[in-house]
Design a protein around this ligand. Structure first.
Ligand code: ZN
Length: 68
């Protein structure tokens, strides 16, 4: 790989967390569209996280009741 020198010349910047496009440093998204996409994705992720937590709690209660 000989990309290291080329990377040094690129000014500090970030990448859009959704599409990976180069954006000014400190920014998170390149556009409102990507921001909305990310919000949707995050909502879905937190939803599945709560389902997981619910299952774990249910299993925990089940094991506690069963063991008692
Ligand atoms: Zn983007």
């Amino acid at each position: 790989m000989s990309d290291d020198r080329a990377l040094d010349r690129v000014p500090p910047h970030s990448h859009c967390v959704v599409c990976g496009k180069a954006i000014p440093e400190g920014e998170t998204f390149c556009s409102e569209k990507c921001r909305m996409k990310y919000e949707k994705m995050r909502k879905r992720q937190s939803m599945s996280m709560w389902i997981m937590v619910g299952i774990l709690v249910a299993v925990g209660i089940y094991l506690t009741v069963k063991g008692a």
